[in-house]
Design a protein around this ligand. Structure first.
Ligand code: NAD
Length: 484
């Protein structure tokens, strides 16, 4: 089913007329140039965003460096109060931020509202977070304490699939432990991040949070900048390699959250209807543009046809349309490059497998691809081997579970995975054999601030969230006392 509406966003201001600004040292500033921002649901230009000059990047890094000692000196309680105030602003402007997210990113408005709600929850969680010193030894010989110090200035780089949420979930843990930040959003989705920065301009002390705009060349300048102590990067594996190399000369700390090609393994005792529902939800959310989307589904031959029938039924019920139309379940792809890649993937699907539902780009303005399921596909092709960032998913039959696990692990990626079954003991045993940072059982893609999330193999380095993730924004400092 498709929807035809292309509604105007209800943000409380005229987006086209608004001057989006960078936040540098507590001031809202224009860029040295601008970059056009397109609504992927219409293909039309909706706003212009500022782009930082190298000199402005220097100013932002210098401002973050100047602000950091005083911010650190405030201590946890005071920094937490500031972060709760940030969460209050997010809550107050919840709908406008959601509408802007949909306008620039394309996702259905209900999913954009979730992005803002998660942003609030994560901010409040980290506002109350503490990394207290840990006593490692306390005996007659002496006393040894492990403390966690902020790294200093964090450079944050975000992609375009959850722009506001990603900005906030980097900001809150970095700030609570005493760092300051310079954040660079993706050139195609800067609006919600810049509007958020404008809203909290007077909430945080000047320089604590800086947002600079990018036309496509600013990322390497930020990663190489000598005034930045750590890079927190989310994006593709290809770019992650450049980021890691750029961090090497100054030995910056680096966290990389990269691509994924998540397998879902269905076991023979799985509840077909519930499993089909879960698989479709996490295959097609955000039009398949999620690092931890379910991208490959391995199903036993005994239930292969029934599972596919149940998935086809659910997929056919999804309404594709502009994200601001409340009837839409699946929005457009975020940009033209992804749209063209998705069209290539559809051609591969038709050539190497059998398309059982979907299979086409929509004949309307914007970057819409029908949710597509493919069966009986040979595995040695890019649709299976590479990350498909589009609503095109393959269901692959297996006869032997050990072989299915081997095929699921046969990937350079290792971000998420899931196992779908009734016998949780067997599912847990299978989960333990999958090469992934997270393996969910009977669900997929649950991110919460208390649980670490990261990839193995070429899906990343380090983790975000949980104590592990917060510690990545710190350096270890040991105080070792010898009793006299
Ligand atoms: P991308 O790697 O093209 O861009 C990500 C960000 O890096 C953008 O802000 C971009 O401007 C910037 N960038 C580009 N080149 C750079 C360079 N040389 N140095 C520094 N920065 C540079 O990724 P994308 O297309 O925006 O996002 C999609 C990818 O992100 C997918 O692979 C997806 O799986 C991944 N992703 C991963 C996670 C995760 O948590 N693991 C989450 C979301 C998205």
């Amino acid at each position: 089913m498709t929807s035809t509406l292309s509604p105007a966003p209800a943000v409380g201001f005229d987006v086209a007329a608004k001057q989006f600004k960078q936040l540098i040292g507590g001031d809202l500033v224009d860029g040295a140039a601008t970059v056009p921002v397109v609504d992927p649901g219409s293909g039309e230009h909706v706003a212009s965003a500022p782009v930082a000059s190298p000199a402005q990047l220097d100013l932002a890094v210098a401002a973050a460096g100047r602000a950091q000692p005083a911010w650190e000196a405030l201590g946890y309680a005071e920094r937490g109060r500031y972060l709760h105030a940030v969460a209050d602003v997010l809550a107050e402007h919840h709908e406008a931020l959601a509408q802007l997210t949909t306008l620039e990113q394309g996702k259905p408005i209900t999913q954009a509202r979730d992005d803002v709600s998660w942003s609030i929850d994560f901010t409040r969680y980290y506002a109350d977070y503490r990394l207290d010193p840990e006593v490692l030894r306390d005996d007659e010989g002496g006393y040894v304490e492990l403390r966690r110090r902020p790294v200093g200035v964090v450079g944050a780089i975000t992609p375009w699939n959850f722009p506001l949420f990603q900005a906030v979930y980097k900001l809150a843990p970095a700030l609570i432990v005493g760092n300051t930040m310079v954040l660079k959003p993706s050139p195609t989705t800067p609006l919600a991040t810049m509007y958020f920065a404008e809203l909290i301009k007077d909430v945080l002390p000047g320089g604590v949070f800086n947002v600079i705009g990018d036309g496509g060349d600013v990322g390497p300048l930020l990663t190489a900048h000598a005034g930045v102590n750590k890079i927190s990067f989310t994006g593709s594996t290809v770019t992650g390699r450049y980021v890691m190399a750029a961090c090497a000369p100054t030995l910056k700390r680096v966290t990389l959250e990269l691509g994924g090609n998540d397998p879902a393994i269905v076991l023979e005792d799985a509840d077909i209807e519930k499993t089909a529902e879960g698989l479709c939800t996490w295959a097609f959310a955000n039009a398949g543009q999620v690092c931890v989307s379910i991208k490959r589904i391995y199903a036993p031959a005994a239930i292969y046809d029934d599972l596919i029938d149940a998935m086809v039924k659910r997929t056919a019920e999804l309404t594709v349309g502009h994200g601001l139309d409340p009837a839409s379940d699946v929005g457009p792809l975020q940009n033209k490059v992804q749209f063209e890649k998705a069209r290539e993937a559809l051609a591969i699907a038709a050539e190497h497998g059998t398309v059982v539902t979907g299979g086409s780009a929509l004949d309307r303005p914007g970057y819409f691809i029908e949710p597509t399921l493919v069966r009986d596909i040979v595995e040695d092709n890019p649709l299976i081997c590479e990350e498909t960032f589009a609503p095109i998913r393959s269901v692959i039959a297996y006869d032997d579970l050990d072989d299915a696990i081997r095929r699921a692990n046969n990937s350079e990626y290792g971000l998420g995975a899931s196992v779908w079954a009734t016998d949780i003991e067997q599912a847990t045993e299978v989960a333990g054999r999958l090469d992934s940072g997270t393996t969910w059982i009977n669900h997929h893609f649950q991110l919460t601030p208390d649980v670490p999330f990261g990839g193995v193999k070429q899906s990343g380095l380090g983790a975000e969230f949980g104590r592990t993730g917060v510690e990545e924004f710190t350096d270890v400092h040991v105080v070792n006392i010898k009793h006299l």
